[in-house]
Design a protein around this ligand. Structure first.
Ligand code: NAP
Ligand code: ZN
Length: 362
């Protein structure tokens, strides 16, 4: 089944073109952001007149840091309620967008901290507007929110139909200000989503043409975006690919590629996309027997072989300093095995497969 419940405005001046779509969403918005990216990207400066034009008031909650945790969501819920807001606008990378979704759910359903993953309690939502300033997560078109349970130190996502943003406003120029490493890591995240759209047991062939296009756009444009951060065509290509990746995982969900990366983020602070990227060749190898034909078709659509793709990936120099040891492996393999996404793997994966991938990073 293919399902996607988000209006998308894409391209230059997407926010200005969205002014009529913002009308009717509510009277008072909670702007959910990190500390810098909403203003550094230029999105906030574009948003304020668009809200004013509609007579919409706003209140800012700028306390979302990378990998948002449950305490932040509860603080956002309180702010939403005390400021009498009636919809949320997430501006930033995946972290503020995911936080905005969770705050909408928490406020609309009066959730306690312990209920933030209890999707059966999610009966209603306040409208959600998503304005991405990175090109990676595709969160602007997914029903997922990935949160860090900071008491248990476990990062995990939930998905609910009500969490599809009502409106996604994607202006690739908002990614001009992304640093070299944010650009690189987020593009690799999008690449993971596109590949997982092929790996997953719940893969959806309707989206394959966009997956093929998305992978090609990243391979053909990432290095230009890294070298020329203000190159609009390259940034547009990455923003499109990221959206296609989101559309893909909205159908197929993620799998081992993401489950194995989360402990690297919670333990060693490895940025999300990079955590996926450093295990991408190993996952491709593990899944090749089950999904190699589909990946081969995708790469072949722009004239690449698997070996050429892996050489390109290698040329990105995805490196990270961390000290994985046997204790980490012993602690984290059961966590990966227990994660929800594991049900989507294209073949059965056992604890030793996961341990072997972690050992390959030592
Ligand atoms: P992020 O955590 O939102 O942001 C990373 C860093 O980039 C932050 O320091 C942020 O600054 C900065 N930044 C963002 N946009 C910028 C811009 N235009 N200019 C300058 N700096 C900018 O990164 P992300 O990779 O986009 O999101 C990762 C999160 O999304 C993870 O928690 C991941 O698990 C989740 N995720 C969600 C989905 C989904 O479907 N919902 C899918 C994949 C991943 P500020 O702190 O100032 O904002
Ligand atoms: Zn991801």
């Amino acid at each position: 089944m293919f399902y996607l419940n988000t209006k998308v405005m894409f391209g230059k001046d997407a926010l200005q073109r969205s002014v009529p779509l913002l009308a009717g969403l509510g009277q008072r918005a909670l702007l959910v952001t990190g500390k810098r990216s909403a203003s550094a990207s230029g999105a906030l400066a574009d948003l304020e007149p668009a809200l004013t034009a509609n007579g919409i008031q706003w209140h800012t909650f700028d306390e979302v840091s990378e990998n948002p945790d449950l305490d932040t969501i509860m603080a956002g819920k309180e702010r939403f309620l005390s400021a009498n807001c009636d919809f949320v606008i997430g501006i930033g990378g995946g972290s503020p967008l995911d936080a905005a979704k969770a705050i909408s759910m928490a406020a609309a359903n009066d959730l306690k901290r312990s209920q933030l993953y209890s999707t059966e309690e999610f009966l209603r939502a306040h409208p959600i507007v998503a304005i991405p300033t990175t090109a990676g997560t595709g969160s602007e078109v997914t029903q997922y929110s990935v949160l860090n349970d900071n008491k248990r130190n476990i990062k995990a996502g939930w998905g609910h139909e009500l969490a599809f943003p009502t409106l996604a406003i994607i202006d690739p120029r908002y990614t001009f200000s992304c640093s070299y490493h944010v650009t690189l890591n987020t593009a690799v995240d999008a690449l993971s989503h596109l590949l997982e759209g092929l790996y997953s047991q719940s893969r959806e062939p309707i989206i394959y043409p966009l997956i093929h296009k998305g992978i090609a756009l990243i391979v053909q444009n990432l290095k230009t975006a890294l070298q020329e951060p203000q190159n609009y065509a390259a940034r547009e290509a990455l923003a499109l690919a990221s959206m296609y990746g989101g559309m893909a995982i909205a159908q197929s969900s993620t799998s081992l590629q993401h489950s194995i990366g989360y402990p690297l983020t919670t333990t060693f602070d490895v940025p999300h996309g990079l955590a996926n990227g450093i295990v991408m060749p190993q996952i491709m190898e593990l899944f090749w027997d089950a999904a190699g034909d589909l990946v081969g078709d995708a790469l072949g659509s722009f004239g690449y072989t698997r070996a050429e793709f892996l050489a390109w990936l290698e040329s990105l120099n995805l490196n990270v300093e961390m000290t994985i040891d046997e204790q980490f492996i012993q602690d984290k393999v059961p966590e990966v095995m227990a994660s929800r996404n594991m049900a989507n793997n294209p073949l059965s994966v056992n604890a030793e497969d996961i341990a072997a991938i972690y050992r390959s990073l030592i």
